[in-house]
Design a protein around this ligand. Structure first.
Ligand code: GAR
Length: 213
Protein backbone atom coordinates (compact mmCIF):
# COMPACT_ATOMS: atom_id res chain seq x y z
CA UNK A 1 0.00 0.00 0.00
CA UNK A 2 1.33 3.45 -0.78
CA UNK A 3 2.28 5.59 2.19
CA UNK A 4 0.52 8.80 3.20
CA UNK A 5 2.70 11.84 2.63
CA UNK A 6 3.12 13.61 5.95
CA UNK A 7 4.50 17.08 6.60
CA UNK A 8 5.75 18.01 10.06
CA UNK A 9 5.81 21.68 11.10
CA UNK A 10 8.25 22.50 13.90
CA UNK A 11 9.78 25.66 15.36
CA UNK A 12 12.19 24.35 17.95
CA UNK A 13 14.07 21.34 19.23
CA UNK A 14 12.11 18.85 17.16
CA UNK A 15 12.09 15.94 19.60
CA UNK A 16 8.54 15.10 18.50
CA UNK A 17 9.65 15.31 14.88
CA UNK A 18 12.43 12.89 15.79
CA UNK A 19 9.92 10.49 17.38
CA UNK A 20 7.81 10.63 14.21
CA UNK A 21 10.82 10.11 11.92
CA UNK A 22 12.07 7.21 14.06
CA UNK A 23 8.64 5.56 14.11
CA UNK A 24 8.16 6.08 10.36
CA UNK A 25 11.51 4.36 9.74
CA UNK A 26 11.40 1.58 12.28
CA UNK A 27 7.78 0.48 12.74
CA UNK A 28 6.87 -2.36 10.44
CA UNK A 29 4.13 -1.22 8.07
CA UNK A 30 4.38 2.43 9.14
CA UNK A 31 1.70 4.17 7.05
CA UNK A 32 3.51 7.48 6.51
CA UNK A 33 6.40 8.85 4.58
CA UNK A 34 7.66 12.16 5.99
CA UNK A 35 7.71 14.14 2.79
CA UNK A 36 8.57 17.53 4.27
CA UNK A 37 9.55 19.40 7.41
CA UNK A 38 8.57 23.08 7.58
CA UNK A 39 10.00 25.56 10.05
CA UNK A 40 9.49 29.25 10.70
CA UNK A 41 12.88 29.47 12.47
CA UNK A 42 16.04 29.31 10.43
CA UNK A 43 18.11 27.85 13.26
CA UNK A 44 15.56 25.36 14.51
CA UNK A 45 17.18 22.12 15.66
CA UNK A 46 14.22 20.43 13.97
CA UNK A 47 15.56 21.45 10.53
CA UNK A 48 18.93 19.95 11.39
CA UNK A 49 17.31 16.72 12.59
CA UNK A 50 15.36 16.48 9.32
CA UNK A 51 18.43 17.06 7.18
CA UNK A 52 20.44 14.56 9.24
CA UNK A 53 17.73 12.01 8.52
CA UNK A 54 17.68 12.84 4.82
CA UNK A 55 14.19 14.34 5.03
CA UNK A 56 13.33 17.30 2.84
CA UNK A 57 13.21 20.44 5.02
CA UNK A 58 12.33 24.05 4.30
CA UNK A 59 12.63 27.24 6.29
CA UNK A 60 9.97 29.81 5.48
CA UNK A 61 10.95 33.24 6.75
CA UNK A 62 7.92 34.93 8.36
CA UNK A 63 9.59 38.28 7.75
CA UNK A 64 10.20 37.70 4.07
CA UNK A 65 6.76 36.21 3.61
CA UNK A 66 5.36 39.49 4.92
CA UNK A 67 2.27 38.39 6.82
CA UNK A 68 0.27 35.40 8.00
CA UNK A 69 -1.59 34.91 4.71
CA UNK A 70 1.67 35.09 2.76
CA UNK A 71 3.45 32.69 5.11
CA UNK A 72 0.58 30.23 4.85
CA UNK A 73 0.50 30.56 1.05
CA UNK A 74 4.23 29.83 0.89
CA UNK A 75 3.65 26.74 3.05
CA UNK A 76 0.81 25.59 0.78
CA UNK A 77 3.10 25.84 -2.26
CA UNK A 78 5.69 23.63 -0.54
CA UNK A 79 3.04 21.13 0.56
CA UNK A 80 1.39 20.95 -2.85
CA UNK A 81 4.71 20.53 -4.63
CA UNK A 82 5.20 17.32 -2.62
CA UNK A 83 1.62 16.06 -2.60
CA UNK A 84 1.33 16.27 1.20
CA UNK A 85 -1.87 14.68 2.51
CA UNK A 86 -1.53 15.00 6.29
CA UNK A 87 0.14 17.57 8.56
CA UNK A 88 1.49 17.13 12.09
CA UNK A 89 2.37 20.23 14.08
CA UNK A 90 5.17 19.41 16.51
CA UNK A 91 6.14 22.42 18.58
CA UNK A 92 5.14 24.80 15.77
CA UNK A 93 4.72 28.13 17.53
CA UNK A 94 2.87 30.05 14.78
CA UNK A 95 -0.84 30.30 14.31
CA UNK A 96 -2.07 29.06 10.95
CA UNK A 97 -4.73 31.21 9.33
CA UNK A 98 -8.34 30.23 8.70
CA UNK A 99 -7.83 29.66 4.95
CA UNK A 100 -4.98 27.25 5.60
CA UNK A 101 -6.94 25.40 8.28
CA UNK A 102 -10.01 25.11 6.02
CA UNK A 103 -7.91 23.85 3.12
CA UNK A 104 -6.55 21.02 5.27
CA UNK A 105 -9.69 20.52 7.37
CA UNK A 106 -9.38 17.44 9.63
CA UNK A 107 -5.93 16.79 8.20
CA UNK A 108 -3.86 18.84 10.68
CA UNK A 109 -2.94 17.34 14.05
CA UNK A 110 -1.20 19.12 16.91
CA UNK A 111 0.46 17.94 20.08
CA UNK A 112 0.08 20.06 23.17
CA UNK A 113 1.74 19.60 26.58
CA UNK A 114 -1.34 19.87 28.85
CA UNK A 115 -4.76 18.32 29.23
CA UNK A 116 -6.71 20.74 27.05
CA UNK A 117 -8.84 22.78 27.49
CA UNK A 118 -6.61 23.54 30.50
CA UNK A 119 -3.52 25.61 29.77
CA UNK A 120 -3.64 26.43 26.07
CA UNK A 121 -0.89 28.56 24.53
CA UNK A 122 2.86 28.38 24.34
CA UNK A 123 3.75 28.01 28.05
CA UNK A 124 1.50 25.13 29.01
CA UNK A 125 3.91 23.15 31.20
CA UNK A 126 4.98 26.24 33.11
CA UNK A 127 1.39 27.47 33.43
CA UNK A 128 0.24 24.12 34.85
CA UNK A 129 3.22 24.05 37.21
CA UNK A 130 2.58 27.59 38.45
CA UNK A 131 -1.13 26.88 38.87
CA UNK A 132 -0.28 24.04 41.24
CA UNK A 133 -2.33 21.36 39.50
CA UNK A 134 -1.66 17.77 40.58
CA UNK A 135 -2.37 16.22 37.18
CA UNK A 136 -1.48 17.57 33.78
CA UNK A 137 -0.54 15.68 30.63
CA UNK A 138 -0.58 15.62 26.87
CA UNK A 139 -3.27 16.22 24.26
CA UNK A 140 -3.29 15.36 20.57
CA UNK A 141 -5.97 17.31 18.77
CA UNK A 142 -7.11 18.38 15.34
CA UNK A 143 -6.39 21.98 14.48
CA UNK A 144 -9.35 24.27 13.97
CA UNK A 145 -9.44 28.03 13.59
CA UNK A 146 -8.88 28.70 17.29
CA UNK A 147 -5.75 28.32 19.41
CA UNK A 148 -5.56 24.81 20.89
CA UNK A 149 -9.35 24.46 20.64
CA UNK A 150 -9.84 21.72 18.03
CA UNK A 151 -11.43 18.27 18.54
CA UNK A 152 -9.39 16.04 20.85
CA UNK A 153 -8.10 12.76 19.43
CA UNK A 154 -6.12 11.44 22.43
CA UNK A 155 -5.01 12.47 25.90
CA UNK A 156 -2.71 10.98 28.50
CA UNK A 157 -2.29 12.25 32.06
CA UNK A 158 1.01 12.96 33.81
CA UNK A 159 1.09 13.36 37.59
CA UNK A 160 2.84 16.20 39.38
CA UNK A 161 4.28 14.44 42.42
CA UNK A 162 5.65 16.16 45.51
CA UNK A 163 9.26 15.52 44.50
CA UNK A 164 8.84 16.68 40.89
CA UNK A 165 10.57 19.80 39.63
CA UNK A 166 9.54 21.62 36.48
CA UNK A 167 12.47 19.86 34.78
CA UNK A 168 11.36 16.35 35.79
CA UNK A 169 7.78 17.21 34.85
CA UNK A 170 8.90 18.48 31.45
CA UNK A 171 10.89 15.28 30.85
CA UNK A 172 7.89 13.12 31.80
CA UNK A 173 5.59 15.07 29.49
CA UNK A 174 8.00 14.80 26.58
CA UNK A 175 8.31 11.04 27.08
CA UNK A 176 4.51 10.76 26.92
CA UNK A 177 4.42 12.92 23.78
CA UNK A 178 6.98 10.75 22.01
CA UNK A 179 5.01 7.59 22.82
CA UNK A 180 1.60 9.02 21.95
CA UNK A 181 2.01 11.22 18.89
CA UNK A 182 3.31 8.68 16.35
CA UNK A 183 0.46 6.32 17.24
CA UNK A 184 -2.22 8.97 16.65
CA UNK A 185 -0.60 10.30 13.49
CA UNK A 186 -0.33 6.75 12.13
CA UNK A 187 -3.96 5.99 13.03
CA UNK A 188 -5.01 9.13 11.13
CA UNK A 189 -2.85 8.12 8.16
CA UNK A 190 -4.52 4.70 8.18
CA UNK A 191 -7.94 6.38 7.97
CA UNK A 192 -8.92 5.05 11.41
CA UNK A 193 -9.67 8.45 12.95
CA UNK A 194 -13.05 10.10 12.45
CA UNK A 195 -14.12 13.56 13.53
CA UNK A 196 -17.82 14.02 14.32
CA UNK A 197 -18.17 17.62 15.49
CA UNK A 198 -16.16 17.75 18.71
CA UNK A 199 -16.06 13.99 19.11
CA UNK A 200 -13.14 12.07 17.67
CA UNK A 201 -13.27 8.28 17.44
CA UNK A 202 -10.41 5.93 16.60
CA UNK A 203 -11.08 2.49 15.17
CA UNK A 204 -9.05 -0.42 16.64
CA UNK A 205 -6.31 -1.15 17.37
CA UNK A 206 -6.65 1.26 20.29
CA UNK A 207 -3.95 3.80 21.09
CA UNK A 208 -1.66 2.36 23.78
CA UNK A 209 -1.37 5.02 26.47
CA UNK A 210 2.04 5.18 28.10
CA UNK A 211 2.09 4.43 31.86
CA UNK A 212 1.00 7.30 34.10
CA UNK A 213 4.06 8.62 35.94
C1 GAR B 1 6.30 20.03 22.85
O1 GAR B 1 6.23 19.85 24.24
C2 GAR B 1 4.94 20.39 22.29
O2 GAR B 1 3.89 19.74 22.94
C3 GAR B 1 4.91 21.88 22.55
O3 GAR B 1 6.19 22.31 22.23
C4 GAR B 1 7.12 21.28 22.53
C5 GAR B 1 8.01 21.08 21.33
O4 GAR B 1 9.05 20.20 21.63
N1 GAR B 1 3.89 22.52 21.79
C6 GAR B 1 3.19 23.57 22.24
O5 GAR B 1 3.37 24.09 23.32
C7 GAR B 1 2.14 24.05 21.28
N2 GAR B 1 1.29 25.01 21.90
P1 GAR B 1 9.89 19.55 20.45
O6 GAR B 1 10.33 20.68 19.53
O7 GAR B 1 11.08 18.91 21.15
O8 GAR B 1 9.03 18.55 19.75
Amino acid sequence: MSKVKLAVFASGNGSNLQALMDAARSRPGAPVEIALVVSDRRNARALERARDAGVDAVYISPKRAGGRAEFDAAAVRELEARGVQLIALAGFMRILGADFVRRYENRILNIHPSLLPAFPGTRAIQDAWEHGVKTTGVTVHYVDEGVDTGPIAAQCPTLIRPNDTIETLTAKIHAVEHALYPQVVFAAAEGRVRVHGRLVTIKPPAIQLPPVR
